[in-house]
Design a protein around this ligand. Structure first.
Ligand SMILES: NC(=O)N[C@@H](CC(=O)O)C(=O)O
Ligand SMILES: [Zn+2]
Ligand SMILES: [Zn+2]
Length: 429
């Protein structure tokens, strides 16, 4: 295995240093390092962060390989600076058995671009009727620790309670898609002045907040870990802040798109902006940014949701919800959090690597950049700027909400256990 000597990278945005990667680990960090036989990489002006960890990725395999595969999604992830992604369970068949999660895990290892960590379904077939074989998925080769019916809310409170209790046995966590289904029948976008004007059925903030409020109470009652997927409203941030202050073991994520975009995007009826939960208001965006900055929201998670052309290029009401996220996530966080002064690069490392890895109990990721640690890292050029061209994306789908938008930053290199998966901005396999 070859070794790499990275010269002059700013670790977590600090002073320039050299990093020697050897045998899958960081062998040394210091000034003016030299190493015979190592490939030298000039990282002047680049920032080094621990490899990013996504808690929420839709890879669509098995079942919708026309929209994404484990391999194409892994490539998109590596290009985005990720070294691990959590593959959501709403595939076909659903990832609700040890067999399916082991298959997804194996496909990820074969692709070799990021660690693909399967999320297990909470209920059989995502039907919300009875618990899936959570223990068997936890004990499988995929070692599942995150369980979610994402796409659908576990709305039955008794079933949610049982799931929370069950996963405690193996230190798992239930990741809830917080959406009270009775309040979102036919919903198309955020419920407010704009939905009324556009004539689209609204998805009220209360549909999300009611479930989060219920679930933090349940999690506290049974002493279990709860994670809230894609938090999108100011009210949700308030409830999470309240719950954390009371000592509830709850964590939450926000997507890049909810940090940047608002319901104003729906005005052209372009379904690329249709997503669950919907894009909200300016006030919500501000609250989400501040919630992420103060740690009330623990992590940024992409909710990368690739969709085939026929599912997106149609009438708004017929289109599937969801948008791409992996390749632009870091750029959006730089734009909305770093360039606004809300987070420094150490904060970005915390919210995009350290905390997501901790929530998922994922060993080997989200570790400090220090000698002896696994060489999972990303090098980015914060001074670069470029315009997003969906045709140039590695994802098999094209539903990027950032088409034509100029964004800061560029992922120059990604290393997975010392092996470059991206070099000079290009995937290595
Ligand atoms: N976010 C979305 O709008 N869609 C997701 C499901 C989900 O995350 O709820 C999908 O699977 O397409
Ligand atoms: Zn969801
Ligand atoms: Zn999702």
């Amino acid at each position: 295995m070859s070794s790499y000597l990275i010269k002059g990278a700013r670790v977590l945005g600090g002073d320039p240093a050299d990093l020697l990667l050897r045998d899958g680990r960081i062998a040394a960090i210091g000034e003016s390092l030299s190493a015979t036989g190592a490939e030298v990489l000039d990282a002047t002006g680049l920032i080094a962060l621990p490899g990013l960890v996504d808690l929420h990725t839709h890879l669509r395999e098995p079942g919708r390989e026309d929209a994404e595969t484990v391999e194409t999604g892994s490539r998109a992830a590596a290009l985005g600076g990720f070294t691990a992604v959590h593959a959501m369970a709403n595939t076909d068949p659903v990832a609700d058995t040890a067999g399916v999660v082991e298959q997804v895990w194996r496909l990820g290892q074969e692709a070799g671009l990021v660690d693909v960590v399967p999320v297990g379904a909470v209920t059989v077939g995502l039907r919300g009727e009875r618990l899936a074989e959570l223990g068997a998925m936890a004990d499988s080769a995929a070692r599942v620790r995150v369980f979610s019916d994402d796409g659908i809310c576990v709305s039955d409170p008794a079933l949610m309670r049982r799931a929370l209790e069950y996963v405690k046995a193996f230190d798992g966590v239930v990741a809830q898609h917080a959406e009270e289904p009775r309040l979102t029948v036919g919903a198309q976008m955020h419920e407010g002045d704009r939905s009324a004007k556009l004539g689209l059925t609204g998805w009220p903030a209360a549909a999300e907040e009611a479930i989060i409020a219920r679930d933090v109470l349940l999690a506290q009652h049974v002493g279990a870990r709860l994670h809230v997927c894609h938090v999108s409203t100011a009210g949700s941030v308030e409830i999470l802040r309240w719950a954390k202050a009371r000592g509830v073991d709850v964590t939450a994520e926000v997507t890049p798109h909810h940090l940047l975009l608002t319901d104003a995007c729906a005005e052209g009826y372009d379904p690329v902006f249709k997503v669950n939960p919907p894009l909200r208001t300016d006030g919500d965006v501000t609250a989400l940014r501040h919630g992420l900055a103060d740690g009330t929201i623990d992590a940024v998670a992409t909710d990368h949701a690739p969709h085939a052309v026929e599912d997106k290029e149609c009438e708004w009401a017929q289109a599937r919800p969801g948008m791409l996220g992996l390749e632009q996530a870091l750029a959006i966080v730089q734009d909305t959090m770093v360039e606004t002064g809300l987070l420094d690069w150490a904060g970005v490392a915390d919210r995009m690597s350290v905390r997501p890895a901790a929530i998922a109990r994922l060993a080997g990721h989200g570790r400090p950049l220090a000698p002896g640690e696994p060489a999972n890292l990303v090098l980015l050029d914060p001074a670069a700027r470029s315009v997003v061209d969906p045709a140039a994306l590695a994802s098999r789908s094209r539903n990027s909400p950032y088409a034509g938008r100029e964004l800061p930053g560029r992922v120059v290199a990604t290393f997975l256990r010392g092996v470059p998966t991206v070099l000079d901005g290009k995937a290595q396999r």
